[in-house]
Design a protein around this ligand. Structure first.
Ligand code: PTJ
Length: 251
């Protein structure tokens, strides 16, 4: 277990780092996941380790998309499984989404461990192990998905996705929601809804919005989508990173 005093100014950040380390030790997270986490931390530091109002709007739009979907799927990789396993299960429940393990560096062992880990955190069915579908335009291992999971989804949440895969998924005509702290990444740019926020804040925030919108009719959900502008959210986040401070408008 971790021994970080809660009073430490970077408590959350250190806890998150520890969870990724523990994920690597448990065979859930890849070693590349450590590098990815470091990159994410740098951006989060520059953003002030907070959820920008524009990211909150993206989280609300993500909730509306998941609630409007015929078949929403939440994709889980080794970093997401280490950081927010129970929170992903809560989001799946709040939105009626399937959960699918989908790895950039796919190994059968890690697939199984992540699926077990999610079930230990309350997941029912975990998809991804059948791998009888493919995403066109990617090499064999990276293309694998479940035909009745991501293959059939109309809305997919892909937190921390690699750029090639995010672009290939986007070309399939699915609504793509990406969580990525780098607003300049190809994944964030390929997304219909880019959420520039730490996955540890973003996933519970989407769940909160989904619960808040649970009784909303289609018209209200569609107006949430209409109010969200992806390009604007990306430029606001980029400005916040470049200019720092608390003024989201960067003036
Ligand atoms: O478990 P696997 O095999 O599927 O591999 C997962 C990783 C994340 C290692 C793999 O997809 C990868 O290499 O991704 P990238 O290309 O490093 O992209 C990760 C992106 O996520 C980067 O833009 C990071 O800034 C961002 N990121 C990292 N940690 C977080 C994050 N965004 C939000 N929250 C984080 N905690």
């Amino acid at each position: 277990d971790v021994d970080i005093p809660e009073s430490h100014p970077r408590y959350e950040s250190l806890l998150t780092r520890h969870r990724i380390e523990a994920g690597v030790e448990a065979g859930i997270t890849s070693r590349q996941g450590l590098v990815a986490q470091g990159r994410g931390e740098a951006f989060d530091y520059l953003l002030g380790e907070r959820t920008l109002p524009s990211a909150d709007a993206a989280e609300r739009a993500a909730a509306a998309h998941l609630l409007l979907a015929d078949h929403p799927v939440l994709s889980v990789n080794g970093n997401v499984a280490a950081l927010v396993p129970g929170e992903v299960v809560d989001l799946a429940e709040a939105t009626g989404s399937d959960i699918e393990v989908n790895l950039f560096n796919r190994t059968d062992e890690r697939m199984e461990r992540i699926a077990d880990h999610l079930r230990e955190h309350g997941a029912g069915e975990v998809k991804g192990l059948t791998a009888d579908g493919t995403i066109p335009g990617l090499d064999h291992e990276r293309a694998k998905v479940d035909a009745d999971g991501i293959g059939d989804a109309d809305v997919v949440l892909v937190p921390l996705e690699d750029g090639d895969r995010a672009e290939a998924l986007g070309e399939l005509g699915k609504v793509e929601i990406v969580i990525d702290l780098n607003p300049m990444s190809r994944s964030a740019r390929a997304a219909d809804v880019p959420i520039v926020d730490n996955v540890v804040r973003a996933v519970p925030a989407i769940t909160d919005h989904a619960r808040d919108l649970a009784d909303a009719d289609r018209g209200r959900l569609e107006s949430v989508l209409a109010a969200f502008d992806a390009d604007e959210a990306l430029s606001v986040a980029e400005r916040a990173i470049r200019e720092g401070g608390d003024d989201e408008n960067g003036t």
